[in-house]
Design a protein around this ligand. Structure first.
Ligand code: AP5
Ligand code: ZN
Length: 216
């Protein structure tokens, strides 16, 4: 199963992708996570990416495309993959199509998580993530039992650098201008499905699985 997750910042792509990894055993490829790892490691790529990410802008396509190509050519992607946060604009989508056609691994599905714009700010300002195991919480919707500590492993929770109100506004603007047109792009290709991203995480997961069972 080869799929692309579409949806605005905060729509729940990462949350749902992690659950699909557990259920279907295929890797999640999050360009945001790959970029944040490069920033944390202080690599030249990370240094270049950081200024864009801090401003809420897209990192240049050349940087992201190289990273994705390398990741997709690893063995574990042969059984399928979930692309989360990529592609982010039409140029990236076209480059991905070309890449996957050369690898003989075309996409099965583009899944759009649809969440009203007004909910996104609260989801993003409230997001907290465990430094140790990556478990995600939300101070408004799904807080940890002890403030600032992970329920699963006791690790410290942190807030992402780009989850500040001003940066979030910019990310949402960039989404509208550059990423939202991909809904149309994949719809024209006949592989788009939309799912409501409001409701409980379990409810949304069940709707997604119902769609995936049909294409398996
Ligand atoms: P990236 O890391 O991709 O961030 P994003 O797209 O802004 O998406 P998020 O991770 O913020 O949201 P999500 O949809 O995964 O939501 P989540 O599940 O966490 O990108 C960051 C930056 O990297 C970009 O700005 C750019 O600079 C760069 N970048 C990345 N990819 C790039 C690319 N391809 N090209 C160029 N640049 C790129 O959930 C959010 C919160 O909501 C959590 O607290 C969660 O607990 C909560 N939540 C989830 N589901 C629900 C629910 N059903 N009800 C209530 N709360 C919920
Ligand atoms: Zn943890």
């Amino acid at each position: 199963m080869r799929l692309v997750f579409l949806g605005a910042p905060g729509a729940g792509k990462g949350t749902q992708a992690k659950r699909l990894v557990e259920k279907y055993g295929i890797p999640q490829i999050s360009t945001g996570d790959l970029l944040r790892a490069a920033v944390a490691a202080g690599t030249p790529l990370g240094k270049e990416a950081k200024s864009y990410m801090d401003r809420g802008e897209l990192v240049p396509d050349s940087v992201v495309l190289g990273m994705v190509k390398e990741r997709l050519s690893q063995d574990d992607c042969k059984k399928g993959f979930i692309l989360d946060g990529f592609p982010r604009n039409v140029a990236q989508a076209e480059a991905l199509d070309k890449m996957l056609s050369e690898m003989n691994m075309p996409l099965d599905l583009a899944l759009n998580l649809d969440v009203p714009f007004d909910d996104l700010m609260k989801r993003l300002t409230g997001r907290r993530t465990c430094k140790v195991c990556g478990q995600m919480y939300n101070i408004y919707y799904s807080p940890s039992k002890v403030e600032g500590k992970c329920d699963k492993c006791g690790g410290e929770l942190f807030q992402r650098d780009d989850d500040k109100e001003e940066t979030i506004r910019k990310r949402l603007e960039v989404y509208r201008a550059q990423t939202e047109p991909l809904i149309d792009y994949y719809s024209k290709k006949g592989i788009l499905k939309s799912v409501s991203g409001t409701g409980s995480i379990d409810e949304i997961f069940n709707s997604i699985c119902a769609i995936l069972e049909k294409i398996k």
